[in-house]
Design a protein around this ligand. Sequence first.
Ligand code: ADP
Ligand code: MG
Length: 233
Amino acid sequence: MGIEVRNLTKSYGTNRVLHDVSFDVKPGELVGLLGPSGGGKSTLLRIIAGLDSADSGEVLLDGERVDHLHARDRGIGFVFQHYALFRHMTVTDNVGFGLDVRKVPRDRRDARVSTLLELMGLAGLGPRYPGQLSGGQRQRVALARALAPGPRLLLLDEPFGAVDARVREELRRWLRRLHDEVHTTSIFVTHDQDEAFAVSDRVMIVQGGHIDQAGSPTEILDHPATEFVARFV
Ligand code: ADP
Ligand code: MG
């Protein structure tokens, strides 16, 4: 299921953070938003998620405007660095949370949770608490939790920022594998070029509230569209 972003602008006071941003993500695509810190990536994701509002512009999911919908009614799953697991709940209950909220029957909920735990290499860890997991395992639980309700769109904002380099590389492979399995349309934010190029079908370079270039990793590396992109990659 695809997403269209049309002419989004956003200012915080006199600081214009997004300048007329437009792009599409095709159904099933995994797009990486890559750019320096402060470029507007998180703001863009929060607006799409409904956690913040734009000054003008539109967000459409499957051709339908969602700007007026509350975050929880958009069918969007997210994994943000600061959107932590529930510490007092087991892995199973964390992953099942979105299904419990939607009153999904117990047997279907349990089946969905075990499929996802299996998919993420977490089989057998269901009874544990987040404090009994490694950083990499916790992030995989967070991914499974976001995917459990079958979101139309998955947003990931620097989801692997807090783990060390080796685990980070492993998580990239998990994300890619998961995406190839589930095909949820996804937008993945990172300021790490290797990470963006390793994981994404298509990369968008974001800086100063603009998208400088959108293309495959090879297109961007071989034909940078702006001076900034040439220097950045
Ligand atoms: P990125 O995720 O690319 O690092 P952000 O979207 O977080 O960029 O930030 C873009 C700009 O918006 C920065 O100048 C930042 O200081 C500003 N900004 C972000 N959130 C807020 C906020 N809630 N209030 C005021 N300024 C903000
Ligand atoms: Mg950010």
